[in-house]
Ligand binder design. Structure first.
Ligand SMILES: Cc1ncc(C[n+]2csc(CCOP(=O)(O)OP(=O)(O)O)c2C)c(N)n1
Length: 605
């Protein structure tokens, strides 16, 4: 029996000898590679935090103390140590183990995570609640250097540092977000990492001076001089200026040192920032060399590694299409919030490096920065996942829409996204983008439409969004049509990738003797209902199929506008849990079979 099998809680980790802890770390790495290569998931980040997580459990008690993981994709080791090893074969699957911390799954998961940079704020709230209720527990935020590029992190740090609360922020610095980390913070952290050499030098200097006669006084004098020069020579860490006691940098792969530092940080009972240096992908050679390739992986053969081949996808086609547009118009710029690869922008960066802007995990800033560019005559295209665009809602209204600026949003991963689950489904953009005054929202249903609609968005005026899903196009490949099928019994309205479900629904209905008319919307803002109205007047029943939440859906608007019965098919009013996209559609009843069944029932009543 291995050591890992005996570990179910922080207490079990604490009971291990130092030798056993080393063995445990090796077992965890082997477990992660073996399991994630079978199920897919976040590999490199977890390989990088094995020792850090073991040390956290060695010092704290995750049941009592609150360990808040930022983004949460690095929580697999924590799940392994808290009795969930058995669930790993179901990772990210329907009813299976979540790929992110989930308080409903375990009391050891202190908070929800998925979107970056919220950990310090959440941890500060928990620390304040602890103090107010007179409880005795440590609160720790574990945040990566990538997540530290997000503005929310600074809002949290700015207050936490001054709060006087006993709160530990563990900065897991691996120099990487998904790709190489960007911005001034990344450079500053790289500088901080050189501190150990400085401290070693200082120690040696002291030793030498104390050995020579009068050297002690020379040392004291030069120390004073040095302290006054210190800030000029060695930047005083921004964290110290915010009110944190800064500790580190410490080797993040040394459990002993980490445990010692964490214990000391705990004893300070004040805001402490512990700077931990780790290597993303540690222990799996290819992942260490190419951490970006191993950030999120599908199934792969560990002896061969992850293949470089890319599956055709909307993101990839967007990447090609924007390069074609940029070649024709030098005003076109591409903006990303640390998602170059995921959004398909790597070819753009290679072809037009001076017009490519990776701004870090800073969606709000990206939108406002794009607004500034647009104000001065450029055509910025901000490519962003639907779920992360939620961060920039106010910027869309205040900085873009009021001035009617021509900012183009390429909204990737719109709709249901599968294994990432609740935190990542792109089901709110339909509601919030349609609310933004002056916004045009295009919904390409296939690659050809993505190309032509991106062109229309770029050539148009004012704010525009092009919304497209995760993955590949479906069977529907035509372009430029809005009436896809004629029928007399029911009008099915849909848009985007969901048009494939709508057409399948019509097929099923036809077999049952019901003829459906299928109307496709190219744009959902502004909403032109001329064809929908004409069709519904003929059929007397409309069904709107879409992959967004009910509030703010197109179906709601159509229902308010038409006088005939309108059936709504959407993801509902709650959150859709992790599963495959197909299963998620079934759960929501927006797949063809479920839709056809409900339409048949409706016609019978
Ligand atoms: C608001 C938001 N934008 C984008 C992402 C996508 N994303 C997931 S992980 C990640 C990089 C995180 O880097 P870091 O915090 O350093 O963690 P590491 O994986 O390097 O350990 C990004 C950009 C996100 N989760 N949240």
């Amino acid at each position: 029996m291995g050591i890992l099998e005996k570990i179910h809680s922080s207490a079990d980790v604490k009971a291990l000898s130092l030798e056993e802890i080393d063995e445990l770390c090796a077992e965890i790495r082997a477990f992660l590679i073996d399991n994630i290569s079978r199920t897919g998931g976040h590999l490199a980040s977890n390989l990088g935090v094995v020792e850090l997580t073991v040390a956290l459990h060695n010092v704290f008690d995750s049941e009592k103390d609150r360990i808040v993981f930022d983004v949460g994709h690095q929580c697999y080791v924590h799940k392994l140590l808290t009795g969930r090893a058995g669930g790993f074969s179901t990772l990210r699957q329907k009813d299976g183990l979540a790929g992110f911390p989930k308080p409903s799954e375990s009391n050891s998961d202190a908070f929800i995570a998925g979107h970056a940079s919220n950990s310090v704020s959440a941890a500060l709230g928990m620390a304040r609640a602890r103090t107010l209720s007179g409880e005795d527990r440590s609160v720790i935020a574990v945040i990566g250097d990538g997540a530290m590029t997000g503005g929310l992190a600074y809002e949290g740090l700015n207050n936490a540092g001054q709060s006087g609360e006993a709160l530990i922020v563990v900065l897991n610095d691996n120099g990487m977000a998904i790709g190489t980390n960007v911005g001034g913070m990344a450079s500053s952290l790289a500088f901080q990492r050189t501190r150990p050499a400085y401290y070693r030098l200082k120690k040696t200097y002291r030793k030498v001076m104390y050995r020579i006669p009068g050297g002690k006084y020379v040392f004291t004098f030069t120390q004073k001089l040095k302290n006054s020069l210190k800030n000029a020579i060695l930047h005083c860490s921004m964290f110290e200026e915010m009110g944190f006691r800064y500790m580190g940098p410490v080797d993040g792969h040394d459990v002993r040192k980490l445990s010692y530092m964490l214990k000391t940080a705990q004893e300070y009972r004040e805001p402490v920032l512990l700077h931990v240096v780790t290597r993303k992908g540690r222990g799996y050679e290819d992942a260490e060399k190419h951490p970006e390739k191993y950030h999120g992986v599908g199934c792969f053969d560990p002896s061969r590694g992850v293949s470089d081949e890319k599956q055709a996808s909307f993101s990839e086609v967007f990447g090609q299409a924007i390069c074609e547009e940029a070649a024709k118009d030098s005003r076109i710029c591409a903006v990303t919030a640390a998602m170059e690869d995921g959004t398909g922008l790597s070819p753009f960066r290679k072809s037009f490096p001076e017009r490519f802007f990776d701004e870090g995990i800073a969606e709000g800033h990206c939108v406002t920065m794009a607004a500034g560019m647009a104000k001065q005559g450029m055509i910025p295209v901000f490519s962003v996942y639907s779920t992360f665009l939620q961060r920039a809602y106010d910027m869309l209204i205040h900085d873009v829409a009021i001035l009617g600026l021509h900012v183009v949003l390429a909204v990737d991963r719109a709709g249901l996204v599968g294994g990432d689950g609740e935190t990542h489904n792109g089901v709110f953009d339909v509601g919030f983008l349609r609310q933004v005054p002056g916004m045009t929202v295009y919904c390409p249903s296939n690659y050809a439409e993505l190309r032509s609609m991106l062109r229309r968005a770029i050539e148009g005026k004012g704010p525009a969004a092009v919304r497209y899903p995760k993955g590949a196009e479906g069977e529907y490949r035509d372009e430029g049509k809005t009436l896809l099928r004629s029928g007399g019994d029911v009008t099915i309205v849909s848009y985007g990738i969901m048009i494939n479900e709508a057409l399948k629904t019509a097929d099923i209905l036809e077999k049952k003797g019901i003829s459906a008319e299928v109307v496709k919307l190219d744009a959902i803002a502004p909403l032109d209902l001329t064809q929908v109205r004409a069709s519904a007047e003929k059929t007397g029943l409309a069904a709107v199929m879409e992959d967004c939440c009910e509030q703010g859906s197109v179906g709601e608007t159509i229902k308010a506008e038409l006088s005939c019965p309108v059936m709504l098919f959407n993801t509902g009013r709650g959150f859709t849990p992790q599963a495959t996209v197909r299963e998620q559609r079934e759960l929501c009843g927006i797949d063809a079979a479920s839709a056809a069944e409900r339409i048949i029932e409706e016609r019978q009543t």
